[in-house]
Design a protein around this ligand. Sequence first.
Ligand code: MRU
Length: 345
Amino acid sequence: MRAMPAPIEPLRWEGAVPGTLWILDQRKLPHERVELRVEDVPTCCEAIRTLAVRGAPAIGIAAAFGVVLGAQRGRDLVPAVEAAARDLAASRPTAKNLFWALERMKKVASERGATAQRLLDEARAIHEEDRQMCRAMGRHGAAYIADGANVLTHCNAGGLATGAYGTALGCIYAAVESGKSVHVYADETRPLLQGARLTAFELKESGVPVTLLADNMAGFAMQRRKIDLVVVGADRICRNGDFANKIGTYSVAVLAREHGIPFYVAAPGSTFDLELASGSQIPIEERSPDEVGSHAGKRVAPHGVGAWNPAFDVTPARYVTAIFTERGVIEAPSEAKVLAHFGAR
Ligand code: MRU
């Protein structure tokens, strides 16, 4: 068994009610560790929209605390919660966790005798449950990572993207904690470089060896037999197992299939959208073309040239070897297996 450093956490609540949400500003990582003080709903929405806090589970948790910020300021609890939830729901469209968390908060607000303190208890519970789900999912996923494995991941599905510990990276951390040696290849993840800035940072902090790849190198790394398996996170998983994750995930999945490499997805129950039959129904966020036309804040494409910037893509279930959740493993996912996993049929 190997002890790891305390997991990095992307946000914390200070005080009771009224209190303050502090968000580790991920736009500034890895070079500066700055916390953003968040005391109202518009600041929370802006932090989510601009990716100061990001990753599906983490934005769900941030939104839950965002509702508390609205409730602790408003005179009437229910209208204040409804307004906060409406604004937070408009911040980013793809991650199911955001809407899942807002539904939980609205349900608490609708109960008799609801208070801002009760809403804070619920937000704290959402945060703590996510930490625990990551640990459980990590244990399930770690069983699929052999000692000495070279693992490719895309974007950041680590502690920074969750309550703590991570989903895809949680599986890797759990494998390392169980005494296995694991080496990670991290795709840089253009255009916003979550792989280069955040995954590489987190793994380095944790002492897990990591090698960075530009996104267009994954295929050649597979062809040269440098990758044993792929594990990624997810923003929304449909009931047939199709899922959305950071743009570029689909290409990695197709490459993995071509090279006979297992492709795994790690995500908590809060990421599943059992109402959606298939991936074509997932709302995909489109961000500013400037993020593609620029690099590190500098324009690289000629002025006047447009760009398409979908933040996520959809990978069909047929490319997925297995999904790890806090409940266990769904191998070769299908609608019947996903529904059975959640006791929904
Ligand atoms: O745009 P981002 O950085 O929020 O995208 C994050 C991802 O795509 C993650 O892989 C996903 O949210 C899973 S996080 C455990």
